[in-house]
Every structure is written in C-alpha cells, then in structure tokens.
Design a protein around this ligand. Structure first.
Ligand code: ZN
Length: 188
C-alpha cells in the first residue's frame, strides 16, 4: 500500500447500531400505529393531492366548482362521492383532477367554461369571477390613480354575502389573494 500523495487515512467508519427513528426501534412493541413504519397504510383520502399531469399540488375544491365550471362535468354521483382539486400550474393543461380511486377524472383547461386566471396571460381575463373584475381593469385604474379600489369593493361585497366563489372561481375559493397580487404588480 504505497500511497503516492500521502492521503490521510481515515479509520473505517462502520455502521453502528443506530437508534434510528424512535418509532422504528426494534424493541418498540408493534402497536400497529406509527405511520412512518407502516408502508402502504390505507389513507382516508386515497387519491394523490398532486396533479397527474404536472405534479403540482392541487388546491382542494368542492364538487360544486367542477359541476359549475366544467363544460361536461362528471356525473353527479361521482362528483359528490369524489374529491376534487384545482391545478394552479401556469403551463399545465389540467384544470381539475380527482374523482374516486375507482374512477379518476381529469378536466382540462379546454373543458372549462371560463378562462382560468392562473393559466393565461390575457389581460382581459377575469381575476375576480364573482364581480367581473379583470386584470386589465385593475391595471388601468392603478395607472390612472396610483391605486385600486377593487380589493375594497370585493371585500365589501363579500361582507354583504354577494360572493359565490365556489361556483364562479376555478380555484374554488375567494380571489382576493390574486387581486392583491395584481394590484401590487401594477403599482410596481
Ligand atoms: Zn397540473
């Protein structure tokens, strides 16, 4: 063993009996409990939360969102029995995915009744689906006045109970986060 460059020689590090995860320690009695030791445990929600096309985690929506916004919604029984999610990825062609383990469905952007805010760059698209506010409208107001009255308008009308976000917004929930982001972007 004539090492040429005098490399330091470390003593071999042998794997020792590592304690590992407490819940996986062999001496632990098998109480059948800990999730990290139980491979393929059946989950209450058997469908993955990630989009089958792009892998992005989807936001849960109610059946009402898919029923209202899909051009050809799945049958009512499947809509009500299934779980449904919205894929927010800009470039992914999937709008909603879900169903049941036995009957998985995907509804594409082309199968949506409305252009989807997250998946378009069209300035004339809606960002607020309940009250008809567009991205272009927010930009024009900010350009003219330096700010936007849209967030306050939406908040006030929501307080009055006039919003129907689960039925109108493809993401199945209130648009205010997206609206605030548009106002911030427009203000620069
Ligand atoms: Zn996707």
């Amino acid at each position: 063993m004539g090492g040429e460059a005098g490399l330091p020689v470390f003593p071999a590090i042998l794997p020792t009996a590592e304690p590992g995860h407490a819940c996986c320690a062999p001496e632990e009695p098998d109480d059948g409990g800990d999730a990290c030791c139980t491979p393929a445990a059946p989950e209450p929600e058997a469908l993955p939360a990630t989009c089958p096309a792009c892998g992005t985690r989807g936001r849960k929506v109610g059946a009402i969102t898919v029923r209202s916004l899909a051009l050809q919604p799945p049958p009512d029984a499947l809509l009500d029995a299934g779980t449904w999610r919205f894929c927010p990825d800009r470039d992914c062609p999937v709008a909603w995915f879900g169903g049941t383990p036995d009957d998985r469905r995907v509804i594409t952007v082309a199968g949506s009744r409305v252009p989807i805010y997250q998946k378009s760059d069209d300035p004339d698209r809606l960002v607020c689906y309940c009250f008809g506010h567009t991205v272009a409208g927010i930009r024009a107001e900010v350009a003219a006045t330096g700010d936007s009255t849209v967030p306050a308008d939406i908040a006030e009308r929501c307080r009055r109970g006039e919003d129907r976000c689960p039925e109108t917004n493809p993401q199945g929930s209130c648009c205010l986060g997206n609206v605030h982001a548009e106002v911030r972007a427009a203000r620069g």
